[in-house]
Design a protein around this ligand. Structure first.
Ligand SMILES: [Zn+2]
Ligand SMILES: [Zn+2]
Length: 346
């Protein structure tokens, strides 16, 4: 079968013809992949930053792709919750099961994670086997391809969760990429009083946000944009989400929060930023990190998708065959797309 793999250290990815997986082992399910989204993480793995090398070097070659949906084709011994024919999505945060946090039941804190699509073979292929405990059944009312959005939406929902989001809150999201778009539409669907998104020369992504019903869009490249945002916020936003991965955004976010407001950092970009500590102290602000999605978030995302699938559909802007993965990655890097799905051949 065709698979998009990281084959060796250094930049690049390869489309290769590889053997399909064997029959699923005990506790595993076999999935026939319907669609898999391209994530910023996949772009990072293609470029091969130091963090990826440390985690993945010993796992190569490995098939990428973790934002996936497909239909179960077979189940291994002992699998009772999932049956052939079910549509499933995969939580890629697969833990080792052996380290101290895992033994204490804290799989999210695992010290030796084996993420699906990074260390374990993922879903830029036509078939994959996964541990059934990491698969979630998708209701038939959700159009199949929207299942590929569950993983990226879980990142956005967890950022809102970490920030203590409540219905009626005023929310500002920095970064209009797929994660920021997801956080914005989720906040809207959950009853935010206001949702604003700040970008930087992101016309194409702003068009997607408009299609998602997000009207307050601020281009930070324009003079006075942050002042305008401050004026708009009045007393200040209750919640800010940083999904741009840009250090300078942190101070902008702090400046538009109300006293006791919360900033959730979901972007993994520049590790260092100059921060106005005085503002945090005076306004009693809180800055919280949002990574490693707890499993409880997954059913919440699936319920929100099931409640109003059409509200999320504009997040997907492109569908391309897996054989055109290189072109699709270039498009993802261009900022001219939102979520791009790669579709394997039958
Ligand atoms: Zn992802
Ligand atoms: Zn572990």
């Amino acid at each position: 079968m065709l698979a998009l793999q990281k084959v060796h250290d250094g930049e690049g990815l390869e489309l290769r013809d590889v053997a399909p997986p064997l029959a699923p082992g005990p506790g595993e399910i076999a999935i026939r992949i319907a669609a898999t989204g391209i994530c910023g993480t996949d772009l990072g793995i293609e470029k091969w930053g130091a963090g990826y090398a440390a985690m993945m070097s010993t796992a190569l070659p490995v098939t990428l792709g973790h934002e996936t949906v497909g239909r179960v084709s077979a189940v291994g011994a002992g699998v009772t919750e999932i049956a052939p024919g079910d549509v499933v999505v995969v939580n890629p945060a697969i833990s080792c099961g052996h380290c101290a946090p895992c033994r204490e039941g804290d799989a999210v804190g695992c010290l030796d994670r084996r993420p699906f699509g990074m260390v374990l073979d993922g879903a830029f292929a036509s078939q994959v086997n996964v541990d059934a405990r990491y698969a979630y059944r998708l209701p038939g009312t959700i159009p199949l391809e929207l299942g590929a959005l569950v993983e990226p939406l879980s990142v956005g929902l967890y950022a809102l969760d970490v920030a203590g989001f409540q219905p009626g809150d005023r929310v500002v999201v920095f970064g209009p990429g797929p994660i920021g778009q997801g956080a914005a539409v989720l906040a809207k669907q959950m009853g935010a009083a206001e949702v604003a998104v700040v970008g930087f020369r992101d016309a194409a992504r702003f068009a997607t946000l408009r299609a998602l019903g997000i009207e307050t869009l601020i281009d930070a490249s324009e003079d006075g944009a942050v002042d305008w945002l401050k004026a708009l916020s009045g007393r200040g936003f209750d919640v800010a989400v940083e999904a741009a991965g840009v250090g300078a955004v942190v101070d902008q976010a702090l400046a538009v929060l109300r006293p006791r407001g919360v900033l959730a950092l979901a972007g993994l970009g520049e590790p260092n930023a100059a921060v106005n500590i005085g503002l945090i102290v005076r306004n009693r602000l809180e800055v919280r990190g949002a990574s490693r999605i707890p499993p409880r978030i997954w059913p919440q995302v699936i319920d929100l998708l099931a409640a109003d699938p059409d509200a999320f559909a504009p997040l997907i802007t492109h569908r391309m065959p897996l054989a055109e993965a290189q072109e699709a990655f270039a498009l993802a890097r261009s900022g001219q797309s939102s979520k791009i799905l790669l579709i394997p051949e039958e």
